[in-house]
Ligand binder design. Structure first.
Ligand code: HEC
Ligand code: HEC
Length: 374
């Protein structure tokens, strides 16, 4: 807090306190002249005013509040808040901190989380036959606390954390078969994820559908956990400078040919062949989308041979993607929701995906397109 605001609060508090005390003392000291009948002589509308002492209970409350006001300054930062923190403390993340509304909120969030965690262990994990996760969760949160608190955490701590997260996968699979866990998961999804992925999780332009079996980063429980814990950023560079508009048109034509079923598109075969050469240059598209264009989970690069599009599979949108690049951002949730809620969300997402569906690639159609190209 700046010196100005600190002084502002101090002056206002003291002035307010002193003027109330002053008025009270003044009233107590003031003795009006009283007439023979005990009234002060004021009369209004036939009502005459007596001089009676203030009621005791009222005075007690009033003086009590004035003393309480001083106590407040001792307990909380009210007088020179930039210098005096008050003697009240709260516990946050294992540390005793001076009271601020911010610290108090965090402390309350922590205790609410504790209630949630206990509930999660007793009512959800135990009933889904997944109590084994409790120990892993405890170790995980200890590691995360070490990571948060230490200035120079051990170099391999993050990879140990990642390993612990992966160890939760079998329990996520168990939760994904438990109706109660899914109910809580679906509520968490509506609150946190539906803004981007839609309330039915079917996604929108730029936001992937989570109910199909087509994945940017993988649909195993461990992949979904990693996505939720750390977030993801899609990295598709702009190609305008490197390829030029001519190159972009050619390679777009090749991408169209890859996805096979593009009804109504008459492909320019010369451009497809030219585009294929560009695509397959070792430092170009194959680097991430793979030699056959089927994508790569480790790069988050989508499969271009199916007909599932993140940004759109029409000619103009593909050109747009190539000209300007794309960088979809999936936020991280570890710090916002914590490990337990992430497990429930991962279980919900895992339950949504249609794992019986064929992996989305359509080799047959690609083959037939290749025939028309050659
Ligand atoms: C601000 C928008 C936003 C919110 C909120 C959001 N996501 Fe995402 N999510 C994205 C984007 C964008 C991607 C794709 C990232 C990319 O393009 O590389 C994504 C990707 C994913 C993926 C990976 C899909 C794949 O194909 O591998 C999963 C799983 C996922 N989100 C689940 C969730 C869950 C669960 C929540 C709620 C806790 C959530 N998302 C909240 C924007 C969001
Ligand atoms: C560095 C890795 C990388 C390279 C190289 C790369 N891409 Fe991508 N590409 C990606 C990623 C990652 C995405 C997803 C972007 C996102 O999630 O926001 C993507 C998305 C796309 C899309 C959008 C797909 C959809 O579903 O809407 C197209 C089309 C595409 N790339 C084509 C190409 C072509 C053609 C080339 C070569 C000129 C190329 N990419 C080179 C990583 C790459």
């Amino acid at each position: 807090m700046t010196f100005f605001w600190s002084s502002w609060i101090t002056i206002l508090s003291i002035m307010c306190w002193a003027s109330i005390l002053g008025i009270l003392l003044m009233v107590l000291k003031y003795k009006p002249e009283v007439e023979d009948d005990g009234t002060t002589g004021h009369e209004y509308d036939g009502i005459r005013e007596y001089d009676k002492a203030l009621p005791k209970w009222w005075l007690v409350i009033f003086f009590g509040s004035i003393i309480w006001g001083v106590a407040y300054w001792v307990f909380f930062p009210g007088i020179f808040p930039s210098k005096w923190e008050g003697i009240t403390t709260v516990e946050v993340d294992g540390k005793t901190l001076p009271w601020t509304s911010h610290n108090e909120l965090n402390s309350e969030l922590e205790s609410n989380n504790k209630v949630f965690t206990d509930n999660f262990e007793k009512n959800i994990l135990a009933k889904a036959d997944a109590s084994g996760a409790t120990k892993t969760l405890a170790t995980l949160s200890e590691m995360q606390a070490t990571m948060r608190r230490s200035e120079a955490p051990p170099a391999d701590l993050q990879s140990q954390i990642d390993e612990k997260i992966a160890e939760l996968s079998p329990y996520v699979e168990k939760l994904s078969e438990n109706p109660n866990a899914l109910k809580v998961g679906s509520r968490l999804f509506l609150q946190n994820c539906a803004v981007c992925h839609g309330s039915n999780a079917k996604g929108a332009t730029g936001y992937p559908n989570l109910t199909d079996n087509d994945w940017l980063y993988g649909g195993e429980a461990s992949n979904i956990l990693t996505t939720l814990h750390n977030g993801r950023v899609g990295g598709m560079a702009a190609w305008r400078d490197k390829l030029g508009e001519d190159g972009i048109r050619a390679v777009s034509e090749y991408v169209l040919s890859l996805s096979g079923n593009q009804p109504g598109y008459e492909l320019d075969k010369a451009k497809v062949a030219q585009g294929e050469a560009i695509f397959k240059e070792p430092t170009n598209c194959v680097l991430c989308h793979g030699p056959d264009g089927k994508g790569m989970l480790s790069a988050g690069a989508p499969n271009l041979t199916d007909n599932i599009w993140l940004y759109g599979g029409d000619r103009e949108t593909i050109r747009e993607t190539l000209r300007y690049g794309r960088a979809g951002v999936m936020p991280e949730w570890e710090t916002k929701l914590g490990n337990e809620r992430i497990m429930l969300l991962a279980a919900y997402v895992y339950s949504l995906s249609d794992r019986t569906a064929q992996p989305a690639a359509m080799p047959k159609q690609v083959a037939s397109t290749e025939k028309t190209v050659n």
